[in-house]
Design a protein around this ligand. Structure first.
Ligand SMILES: [Zn+2]
Length: 185
């Protein structure tokens, strides 16, 4: 690995460390993996089994802000191993609409431009959950996209929680095991 890549990896890690201080932050999916996820590889009935197990695991609340009695969405969280170019599943969590839109800031930008999402609502939710001033959002957003631009320099293999490439042997039982383990803990 060249020293240029070593520098990039170091920068990615330091940005991740900084951003993960926020309770609600966006770890954006690199471009080459857009739309590559369990929703893509599982059938609709399998995805329904998965998301219902996720909602039950989180006691039917948003796992970030705790909102309940709302429509939940299942969100996959991935870990990025830059040295090995691996994007590995670490959890699947229930999120409310605004927490989920905050997780996908790139796509949310499109929704805002199309008038489908209210930007002030999105940012004020972010500021409330993280207990920081809304003025900090711009600075945060720059870092989110700086990290994303660096991630785009890699081609990550997508692995499930057991290390299986999801496009070679996606297994619902592997992911359900991860969710059951989370539920017990
Ligand atoms: Zn929420």
């Amino acid at each position: 690995m060249g020293s240029k890549f070593k520098k990039i990896i170091k920068k990615c890690k330091s940005l991740e460390k900084e951003l993960s201080k926020y309770k609600l932050w966006a770890s954006l999916i690199p471009k080459s993996n857009f739309f590559k996820n369990f929703r893509d590889v599982f059938s609709q009935p399998e995805w329904d089994i998965l998301r219902k197990a996720v909602y039950k695991k989180d006691y039917y609340k948003c796992s970030i802000c705790g909102k309940e009695n709302i429509r939940l969405e299942a969100h996959e969280n991935w870990n990025y191993d830059y040295h090995q170019s691996i994007q590995k599943l670490i959890s699947v969590d229930s999120l409310c609409y605004l927490c989920h839109r905050n997780k996908h800031l790139g796509h949310s930008g499109i929704l805002i431009r199309e008038g489908e999402l209210n930007q002030e609502e999105l940012i004020s939710h972010w500021s409330k959950i993280n207990n920081v001033n809304i003025k900090q959002f711009r600075e945060y957003e720059v870092k989110v996209f700086e990290l994303w631009n660096l991630k785009n320099k890699f081609i990550f293999k997508i692995l499930d929680n057991k290390g299986i490439n999801i496009y070679e042997g996606a297994s619902l039982s592997n992911v359900l095991k991860l969710i059951a383990d989370d539920y017990e803990n």
